[in-house]
Design a binder for this molecule. Structure first.
Ligand SMILES: [Zn+2]
Ligand SMILES: [Zn+2]
Ligand SMILES: [Zn+2]
Ligand SMILES: [Zn+2]
Ligand SMILES: [Zn+2]
Ligand SMILES: [Zn+2]
Length: 167
């Protein structure tokens, strides 16, 4: 054991003479790497989506952003075909009053739009907006360089990545 310690001591002396002295780099705490702002995204971690310009989607061209389309069956009137309750007269035969089923129009409710006169737009599913495929509606894209962190590890400029400083 003593012998071993002696050798170690000798080795230490030798190494001190043959190699330059160094200390831990204080800039990176000896890690050799430092955290720096991501150049690619300027530290934001995200880019504005270039497909939708950051909006997350675009106005539906089919419905001009309304989310609705005029019913083709009733031309937007909400009524289609003859009212079966009043045979299209608009009046109740027995009482002479306005037919309550067709509200006096003589026509029955449109079966396609349930009397609304419009249907949900098939292009945008009634949203008026078509979600951007590129960013899934977020309007931004994650920076690949920093994985959305906005920061990257770079080689320490003070010690050139060695973690040690010579003096
Ligand atoms: Zn360093
Ligand atoms: Zn987008
Ligand atoms: Zn009727
Ligand atoms: Zn209709
Ligand atoms: Zn639409
Ligand atoms: Zn980045």
């Amino acid at each position: 054991m003593k012998h071993f310690l002696f050798i170690s001591f000798l080795l230490l002396l030798v190494s001190c003479k043959s190699t330059p002295k160094f200390m831990q780099c204080d800039n990176c705490d000896g890690e050799g790497e430092v955290i720096a702002e991501c150049d690619e995204c300027e530290g934001y971690g995200y880019f504005k989506c270039y497909v939708c310009n950051g909006y997350g989607g675009h106005k539906c061209g089919t419905c001009s952003g309304n989310g609705r389309l005029r019913c083709n069956l009733c031309y937007g009137t909400g009524r289609n075909g003859q009212c079966i309750h009043c045979s299209g007269t608009g009046y109740d035969d027995s009482s002479g009053f306005t037919c309550i089923f067709c509200d006096g129009t003589g026509k029955s409710e449109c079966s396609m739009c349930y009397g609304r006169g419009y249907n949900k737009c098939y292009g945008c599913n009634g949203n008026g907006i078509i979600e951007c495929d590129k960013c899934n509606g977020y309007g931004k894209l994650v920076c690949q360089e920093c994985d959305g962190e906005g920061k990257v590890k770079v080689e320490c400029p003070d010690c050139e990545g060695s973690g040690r400083k010579f003096f």
